[in-house]
Each structure stands twice: as structure tokens, then as C-alpha cells.
Design a protein around this ligand. Structure first.
Ligand code: NAG
Ligand code: NAG
Ligand code: NAG
Ligand code: NAG
Ligand code: NAG
Length: 514
């Protein structure tokens, strides 16, 4: 009895302590920032701010995101796998009438309940066909940003072909709250969004905990950057890579500015800053994930192993590198936990609270990671010389996987400790050469033909060069049955046809139409 009482008192006082000192949370999400694009991974691109801020924090070396944009943001905001929101397929295109299901409770809603001021700046991309889907209706007190994907960094316009109308519509996509924001034409997005974020930091009343989600446009295509960021990169011969490098420098400066603003506002001592990419780099637009295989859009490591770190004076072991398995869906329970709250949702979470892993270096509570299961997958970007999707699917029925519990034609991947199993066509599988290096020298391998089931030991073989499925049949069987279990819990895919009523017309802006 006495012991129980003591426990209760301890729990209460630690909860009270947490509540009293709930940290400010700043989450910076970069777009399409590749593994080899940060200075501390050896890149030729200079990122002094990311290097410095992360050096004082904890760099996440075994950190995973989703291979494309909407899914990563979806999991960040819900703490749940895409198969559990029906969003396992692709991104939300501007005219598709759907959004993250409205019965999902999003991160800012939890934090708002825990007493936070909640602000968002930047890219939403979680659906906007009706007003109830907008960030301001889903937990954010304020919002400044754009609702769709890839847009012009200066005009803030986005072009999309509306096939039912036989036209490509180019229209503004920028909002302040729910209103269209005009008057920012010509202001470079990376500077605009970081200025907006800094404005929020400067105005914030530090008595209240702050949640600021900064979803930068950088460094997604199109390749646009002010000249002053380009000049240090004259030594880069490849034009795409040179522009991309400039864009990374601008983003790096933005993160430096935001960090400085937190310090100047007196918030930094009680701030947890998370930096994460949303997916691997896009090699078609200057990004690099070297030496990892594949790229954005694929389930290879180049698509899903992400640059990420946590910086905070509250970390118990600053200046370390965490090699523990952490996933983007883990931030929701982690950050809600830091807020002193419990994610009291009726929808079961797939994420884990990894604060003790990040801060104290404890073992990760995450033993498994479902990368995705998408029966409708097709690779939508060109992958030169690798159009083997069909041969792969045809081969399946003839081979030994015909009786597998899981349909191995399906694009899927799962990680369990060091093992990673891939089925179906994982997406573009090239080992893209290190930027500036000679393709023929850096890729001596002639890869094995892809098989419908492949197993890699990621710890020993992070480049996914040696499929060891033949040597570990029981691991393969186990992981196939895990995929089968996960697939049984999946919602049907929601991927509706375009609704031509989305058309904002020649002078309108992208936004809710229903
Ligand atoms: C679509 O527009 C193009 C060019 O404006 C035109 O050539 C074509 O005939 C149109 N197609 C239909 C089905 O209206
Ligand atoms: C960072 O702050 C400096 C000084 O105010 C400013 O000149 C620069 O444009 C800012 N950079 C970005 C990317 O916002
Ligand atoms: C979660 O807790 C908050 C604060 O106590 C409460 O307002 C909310 O209704 C709860 N939500 C659920 C789904 O239980
Ligand atoms: C297996 O999955 C593939 C790809 O999604 C699909 O085309 C095929 O119909 C499935 N086969 C069975 C037996 O369900
Ligand atoms: C790449 O290597 C090949 C073969 O060694 C050589 O002929 C070619 O000049 C090299 N190209 C560059 C750009 O270094």
C-alpha cells in the first residue's frame, strides 16, 4: 500500500513537473532532402547550420520516413501507418476529393488540448477539397502556407492538368489561415516561410508552450534559387546538382535563422527542435542518397532512410549519434508525451514514444517497422534501363512463392531488427553514383535481377547489395506472415478520381471546392 502511494505521488509530481515545464516544440520538415545532401554525411553541399545544430543534439542514423510526401506527413500527423488511414497509395493530387480521414486526431489537436499554442507554416499536402480538411480546422491556431505539392518558389503558383476539362490549370496556392494570400509574388519561398516562422517565434508569449510546425518547400523541385546561394557552387558541373546545392544552402540558412530566433526570444532553453526530411532525395532533380540504393518513391533505403536529428538543451546525451530504429510515426507519441499528455485516441497508434531513446540513449521500443503495403503501386518517375515491373509480376505465379501467405506481387517492405524484406517491385533500384564521380567507376556491380521476395541485412549491408533470402528461409517466412497480418488490418485504398470542380479558374487559387 505504502509503496503504491509513493508510486502514485511520484507519478503525479513528475506529471506536474512535465506539465509546468512543457517544452516548446519546433518541428522542421524538409522536402525531398536526400541522405547525401547534408554536410555531416560527407556531402559536397555545405550545411554549416544543420551540422552545428545537430552536433549539439542527437543525430538519428537509423531513422526512417515514408518514400513520398503525403504519406510521411500523414504518419507524422496521425502516428499511424498509411494502411490504417486508407492512404497507402501515392500522394493527394490537387483535384482528388479526399483528405486524411476526419476521424483521425492530428498532432496539433493533441498539443492544443495539452495547452499549446499551435502554428503551422508551409506545405500541408494532406487534403483540402473541403474546408474541414484544412490545417486550421485540424488543430492549428494559425496557418501560412500552401496546400498542394511542388510549386513555383517565387510565384507560389501550382500547375495541374485537369484531364476532364482538357486543360492544365496554373493557379496560386498560398494561404494565410483560410484566406488566399496575395502579395508575396517574387518572395523566395524558403525566405518567406522562415520569416513567417520567425514572426511567430518573436510574437510568442513564453508562458504558453509553443508548437510550431515548419514544413519547408525546400528542397523539392522546381530547381529555383537566388543567385547568392549559387555562387559558392561553381565547382559543381552538373546543373541540376548545382541549383539543388544552392537550394540546400538557403534551407540551411533558414534553419540557422529559426534557431537563432528561438535563442533571441529566450525560448531555446526549453525547446525541443526536430529536423527531418519527408523522404529520400529525388535524383532526377539534383538530390542524392549515395551510397544508398534507389531514391524517393522507392522502398529501397534511398527512399526511406531519412536525414533527421533532435536538438535541445533538454537532451540528456547531447552530441551523440543514435543508431536505434526510429520512424516518422514515432514523433506523435513522443511529442505528445513531452507535452505531458497521453495520446487518448480510440484509433490505435503505430508509433512509439522514443524520447528515452533519443534523449538517454535507451534501446528503441520499436522492434519492427512496416515501410508500406501498396497493391496499386506503379513507379511514376523514369528509371532508365529498369522497366522490369512486368517480368517480375509474371514470374511470381511460376515460382515457389505461389503458395505464400502474402501475395508477393504486392509492393511491400517490412523491417524487423536488422532484417528488411521486400516484395513485388520496390521501385527504381539503381545505385546512383556519388555526385561528381564517374558512373562507370562507382558502380562496378551488375545487380542481380530483381526477385519477388528479397531479404537484406541492413545493419551489415545498408546498400542492399546482397539478397540473402535463400539463406534465411525462416526469417523470410516470418516476415511474410507479418506482412500478411498487417495487410489484414489495412483499410481499403482510398484514391478517388479527380473532381473537375476543383478548377480554380484563370484567376482563382487552389483550395476547397466541395
Ligand atoms: C484538348 O485540347 C487540345 C489543345 O487545346 C485540342 O487539340 C484537343 O482537341 C482537345 N481535346 C478534346 C477532347 O477536347
Ligand atoms: C536569414 O537571416 C538573414 C539576416 O536577417 C537574412 O538576410 C536571410 O535572408 C535569412 N535567410 C533565410 C533563408 O531566410
Ligand atoms: C482526450 O483528452 C482531452 C483532454 O482531457 C479531452 O478533451 C478529449 O475529449 C479526449 N479525447 C478522447 C478521444 O478521449
Ligand atoms: C496479387 O497482387 C497483384 C498486385 O497487386 C495483383 O495484381 C494480383 O491480382 C494479386 N493476386 C491475387 C491472387 O490476389
Ligand atoms: C569516366 O571513366 C571512363 C573510363 O575510365 C573514362 O573514359 C571517362 O573519361 C571518365 N569520365 C569522367 C567524366 O571522368
Amino acid at each position: 500500500m505504502a509503496e503504491t502511494l509513493v508510486t502514485v505521488v511520484c507519478l503525479l509530481s513528475s506529471a506536474a513537473l512535465t506539465a509546468a515545464r512543457a517544452p516548446h516544440i519546433v518541428f522542421v520538415l524538409a522536402d525531398d532532402f536526400g541522405w547525401y545532401d547534408v554536410g555531416y554525411h560527407g556531402s559536397e553541399i555545405r550545411t554549416p547550420n544543420l551540422d552545428r545544430v545537430s552536433a549539439g543534439g542527437v543525430r538519428l542514423d537509423n531513422y526512417y520516413v515514408q518514400p513520398i510526401c503525403t504519406p510521411s506527413r500523414n504518419q507524422l500527423m496521425t502516428g499511424r501507418y498509411q494502411i490504417h488511414t486508407g492512404m497507402q497509395h501515392q500522394i493527394i493530387w490537387p483535384c482528388q476529393p479526399y483528405c486524411v480521414p476526419l476521424n483521425e486526431k492530428l498532432l496539433p489537436q493533441y498539443l492544443k488540448e495539452a495547452g499549446y499554442a499551435t502554428h503551422m507554416v508551409g506545405k500541408w499536402h494532406l487534403g483540402m477539397y473541403k474546408k474541414d480538411c484544412l490545417p486550421t480546422r485540424r488543430g492549428f491556431d494559425t496557418y501560412f502556407g500552401y496546400l498542394t505539392g511542388s510549386e513555383d518558389y517565387y510565384t507560389h503558383g501550382h500547375c495541374y492538368p485537369i484531364s476532364a476539362l482538357n486543360l492544365t490549370r496554373c493557379a496560386l496556392d498560398l494561404r494565410e489561415g483560410e484566406e488566399v494570400a496575395t502579395g508575396y509574388k517574387g518572395v523566395y519561398s524558403t525566405e518567406l516561410l522562415s520569416q513567417k516562422a520567425i514572426g511567430i517565434i518573436e510574437k510568442h508569449n513564453s508562458d504558453k508552450p509553443l508548437f510550431l510546425y515548419v514544413a519547408l518547400q525546400a528542397v523539392h523541385a522546381p530547381l529555383q534559387v537566388p543567385e547568392r546561394y549559387l555562387s559558392p557552387y561553381r565547382f559543381i558541373k552538373d546543373t541540376h546538382r548545382r541549383f539543388y546545392a544552392g537550394m540546400v544552402s538557403a534551407m540551411d540558412e533558414a534553419v540557422g535563422n529559426i534557431t537563432l530566433a528561438l535563442q533571441q526570444a529566450g525560448l531555446w532553453e526549453n525547446t525541443v527542435l526536430v529536423f527531418s526530411t519527408d523522404n529520400g532525395g529525388q535524383t532526377l532533380s539534383g538530390g542524392s542518397n549515395w551510397p544508398l540504393r534507389g531514391r524517393k518513391g522507392s522502398l529501397w533505403e534511398g527512399g526511406v532512410r531519412g536525414v533527421g536529428f533532435v536538438a535541445s538543451p533538454l537532451l540528456k546525451r547531447p552530441g551523440t549519434v543514435s543508431r536505434e530504429l526510429i520512424h516518422i510515426s514515432d514523433w506523435l507519441p513522443t511529442l505528445v508525451g513531452l507535452a505531458g499528455a497521453i495520446p487518448n485516441t480510440t484509433n490505435p497508434l503505430d508509433g512509439f514514444n522514443v524520447w528515452n531513446t533519443v534523449s538517454n540513449g535507451f534501446a528503441s521500443p520499436r522492434l519492427e517497422l512496416l515501410h508500406n503495403i501498396d497493391p496499386l503501386f506503379t513507379d511514376i518517375a523514369p528509371c532508365p534501363g529498369r522497366e522490369h515491373q512486368l517480368t517480375l509480376a509474371e514470374g511470381v505465379s511460376r515460382d515457389s512463392w505461389a503458395n505464400s501467405v502474402f501475395n508477393v506481387s504486392i509492393h511491400a517492405a517490412i523491417r524487423s531488427s536488422n532484417w528488411k524484406l521486400l516484395t513485388g517491385f520496390p521501385g527504381c533500384d539503381i545505385w546512383f553514383p556519388r555526385p561528381g564521380f564517374n558512373r562507370s567507376r562507382s558502380s562496378p556491380f551488375k545487380p542481380d535481377p530483381l526477385k519477388p521476395v528479397m531479404l537484406f541485412n541492413i545493419e551489415k549491408d545498408p546498400e542492399e547489395r546482397e539478397d540473402v533470402s535463400a539463406w534465411f528461409p525462416s526469417v523470410v517466412d516470418n516476415l511474410l506472415s507479418r506482412l500478411h497480418q498487417h495487410q489484414k488490418s489495412a483499410l481499403p485504398i482510398n484514391f478517388p478520381d479527380d473532381d473537375p470542380r476543383c478548377d480554380p479558374g484563370p484567376t482563382g487559387a487552389w483550395g476547397p471546392w466541395a
